[in-house]
Design a protein. Structure first.
Length: 102
C-alpha cells in the first residue's frame, strides 16, 4: 500500500477516513499510535491514510483536494488594523501591512 495522505494529527485522520468512507472509499490509518512520541522519536510520526483499493486513488485524491480547498478557504489571519484576511494573503487587504509571523 502507498500513502494516500499524511494527516495533521490522528483526529484529522479519522475525519478523513469517515469522509472517504461516505464515498465508499476504504482506507486504513497507519502511524496514529506514534503521534504521542512526536519530537522524541527519530521517525516521521504523521498518521497516514492508506488506500485499500488502488483503483480508487484518483477519486480519493479528488475528494481530498476538495477537502483541502474547503479547509484553506475558511482560514484567515487578523491584522493589527483589526481586519481579517484569507490565510493565503501575504499582506492585509485593507491596510497593506505584512502578515505577522506565526
Amino acid at each position: 500500500m502507498k500513502t494516500l495522505y499524511a494527516a495533521a494529527d490522528p483526529i484529522e485522520a479519522e475525519i478523513l477516513r469517515s469522509y472517504l468512507a461516505e464515498h465508499d472509499i476504504a482506507v486504513q490509518i497507519l502511524g496514529a499510535g506514534l503521534w504521542s512520541g512526536r519530537g522524541e522519536l527519530p521517525v516521521d510520526a504523521w498518521p497516514r491514510l492508506m488506500l485499500e483499493d488502488e483503483g480508487q486513488r484518483d477519486e480519493a485524491r479528488e475528494l481530498l483536494r476538495r477537502y483541502e480547498h474547503r479547509r484553506h478557504a475558511q482560514a484567515s489571519w487578523s491584522c493589527e488594523c483589526g481586519e481579517r484576511s484569507p490565510v493565503h494573503f501575504e499582506v492585509c487587504w485593507s491596510c497593506g501591512r505584512e502578515r505577522p509571523a506565526a
